[in-house]
Design a protein around this ligand. Structure first.
Ligand code: ATP
Ligand code: MG
Length: 324
């Protein structure tokens, strides 16, 4: 688990790039940092592997303050895909990918197998590609190598700074799918920076929205579109997406959110509505009857559940149980 506790970065010239930021990334989760250019995403990320020293606050990994850790050791356990691909041009693909495993003292046959497995995984035939140099690959292929190089040493944490930004939309989608699939199997703790809300919504377990060095909102993708906390987040998420999300909430059917009827509830004075009504209709009846709850009836007209007003309001405002 990575924790930021009131972390601030002020550069020598006085620029406050990151301003009192706190958030945590749970083990095995993928968090995306998103926000406009210059809002402090790369700086935030580089503080995790100590490429940039923090000015105040603390960052801990599994409870250990990183300021007390050896920089080189720390970085060996953190894979890093930088904003520009950053492959070493004079080394072959094989040498680039096996760099960290070699530093970690892996046996030759182990790192050679790793290179082949990883190349296979991203759809590049090892026999064709491993002896090539980076410039002998297309941009998208180089980017794939950038990603697998970060995975090669099996680090528990991976930092990815706009790793797919230079790609055409199709390769980009493909790599997003690959990353999602990969994450399902390997459960790394990943911090992923992007400008692209579609990308963030697609791949993230949780999204941290930043502006001017500060965190505006931290939420799951579902919650972010259903309940953006302010106008900035709303416009960053996109009005269309927010409207769509709130519209579709009202279209949920009553039986998807109703609760079982407790024996002690007095049903006599409550209005009733069919379980196939949507939440807009449920809300209309409750408002017109000024009721605190409504009985949901099955097709045979018998009561099958109940929705209370508070629960309905929360549901419509998007403050529902998180989809994990
Ligand atoms: N070494 C530095 N000295 C002074 N200011 C810096 C330095 N590095 C970055 N900054 C400033 O800190 C702020 C945050 O930069 P950062 O690179 O973290 O932004 P970003 O969110 O990653 O942007 P982008 O989306 O364009 O990559 C910017 O205003 C930038 O100009
Ligand atoms: Mg950046």
């Amino acid at each position: 688990m990575i924790s930021f506790n009131n972390v601030t970065k002020t550069f020598e010239d006085g620029t406050v790039a990151v301003d009192d930021v706190s958030f945590t990334v749970k083990k095995g989760k993928l968090i995306t940092l998103i926000g406009p250019s210059g809002c402090g995403k790369t700086t935030t990320m580089k503080m995790i592997n100590k490429l940039i020293p923090i000015s105040s606050g603390t960052i801990t990994i599994d409870g250990n303050d990183i300021s007390t850790e050896n920089d080189v050791e720390l970085r060996r356990n953190i894979g890093y895909v930088i904003q520009r691909i950053g492959l070493l041009p004079h080394m072959t693909i094989e040498e680039n990918v096996s760099l960290v495993p070699k530093l970690k003292g892996w046996k030759k046959k182990d790192y050679e197998k790793k290179v082949d497995d990883l190349l296979d995984m991203v759809g590049l035939d090892p026999n064709v590609y491993k002896k090539r140099y980076p410039l002998e690959l297309s941009g998208g292929q180089q980017q794939r190598i950038g990603v697998i190089r970060a995975l090669a040493g099996e680090p528990p944490i991976i930092l990815m700074d706009e790793p797919f930004s230079a790609l055409d939309p199709i390769s980009r989608e493909q790599l997003q799918d690959e990353l999602k699939l990969l994450q399902k199997n390997i459960h790394k703790t990943i911090v992923f920076v992007t400008h692209d809300m579609d990308e963030a919504l697609k791949i993230a377990d949780e999204i941290v929205v930043m502006k001017d060095g500060r965190v505006e909102q931290i939420a799951t993708p579902t919650k972010l579109v259903q309940h953006p906390i302010n106008d900035f987040v709303r416009s960053f998420v996109g009005d269309d997406r927010v409207k769509k999300a709130s519209g579709s909430r009202g279209e949920l059917l009553a039986d998807t959110i109703m609760q079982p009827i407790q024996a002690e509830v007095e049903l006599n004075n409550l209005p009733e509505i069919s379980s196939k009504s949507n939440l807009h209709e449920v809300a209309n009846i409750m408002l017109s009857k000024q009721a605190e709850a409504i009985i949901i009836t099955a097709e045979d007209g018998k009561p099958t559940g109940i929705i209370e007003k508070n629960q309905l309001l929360k549901e419509l405002a998007g403050i529902q149980k998180e989809v994990q």
